[in-house]
Design a protein around this ligand. Sequence first.
Ligand code: BES
Ligand code: MN
Ligand code: MN
Length: 466
Amino acid sequence: MQDIKTYINQNKDRFIEELIDLLKIPSISADSSYKQDVKRAAEVVRERLKEAGCDTVELYETPGNPVVFGEKIIDKNLPTVLIYGHYDVQPPDPIDLWEKPPFEPVIKTTELHPEGAIFARGSSDDKGQMYMHVKALEFMTKNDQLPCNIKFMIEGEEEVGSVNLGWFLERHANVVSNDVILISDTSMISRDVPSITTGLRGLSYMEVEVTGPNRDLHSGLYGGAVANPINVLSKLIASLQDENNRITIPGFYDKVEELSEQERSKMAEAPFDLEDYKRKLAIGDVQGEAGYSTLERGAIRPTLDVNGIWGGYTGEGAKTVLPSKAYAKISMRLVPNQDWKEISELFQKHFESIAPKSVTVKVNAHHGGQAYVTPIDTLEYQAANDAYEEAFGKTPIPQRSGGSIPIVSLFEETMKSKTILMGFGLDTDAIHSPNEHFGIWNYLKGIQTIPLFFKHFARLKQEAKS
Ligand code: BES
Ligand code: MN
Ligand code: MN
């Protein structure tokens, strides 16, 4: 029997090789031409879970991509930890900005990663972080240190809104039943400042289409006399935020949960260097809702962002045209108590109401999800806290994140179990961006910390019983 540190040291090259193999599969869920690769990634995860010690592993079909489910039940009377993660990845675009091809992983050192980082799409979000759990299971089973039951539910549609996971949960509620859900799909403050994610924002994702004349027109003959849908769309979008960067949709803030002064000052204690933040992003200044700090704007306040806008001529050279149509994809990040379906409706009503008669607009809602906040005075959080203290020698900071994992609030609704978000990525990992990477130090630290969560969770559960 080996301890985890020795085990990692002796096996780390293989751990890295195995992850690299998984990263070579372009499992892009947003693009249906990658369907076969998505399936192959699911099959590889299934095989690896078997090798790592699961007693049974199965691919469950859904109307979309399969869910990989695996389990090792050592004793029905012991508590069960459910690991959730995703094997699908974001599209790599814009592909030209990658230094090395996104699905040909390379290891490179950087300022923040002197031990090296693996560069590939999905390295941090979420294949690398998900795979830490597979290797943690391997350690626990091979060294007789699995103190409770473990289940894995690894899905292939997280990056497209987990649209079929509700369907899956309805049909397989007892298969996935558990006492706590553990997820590594978020980030921590830095390697010297460990943190546990205690909140996620919700999401409402809209698409708008603005139509002007019934065909593209010569911008010399018609320009100035007929509304240009791209000009109109730009104005409409600009009007969605006021001079204080507050969202102007009526009713948008009605249900927003305001933090107490005490909670806000607690938040302000988290280490944050604004100058460093600006330097890393090469921006001259930050901007956002008046009256809130940068950390607050990015986690506890709702936002509205254009994710893409298109129309007219975008090819080489100059073509004079007054286009017939313009489009935009607009997302709103939401905070506790805002309901994403209600916000989507408010957006639609508002957008239709502000459109001038010179154009027609169509508004469609894509996916969405509710925000999530978890208390820290729970046994589950305590177990995570103790695991980090043992692995890092420091107390982790509870911190709300601005990102979204829509399934987390659904889990709480349908399974009534708490979710613990133990993310080991960094905000600088460039997830969803070109040159995404995951630090090898972070990868191995995750593999070290996860078994400690199991240990402390099992211990605390046992203590609570007696
Ligand atoms: N893993 C991310 C979410 C995340 C990253 C949360 C870092 C906190 C810190 C997840 O894969 C993701 O990208 N979610 C999407 C939402 C989804 C519906 C497409 C997001 O947040 O944009
Ligand atoms: Mn993710
Ligand atoms: Mn993602």
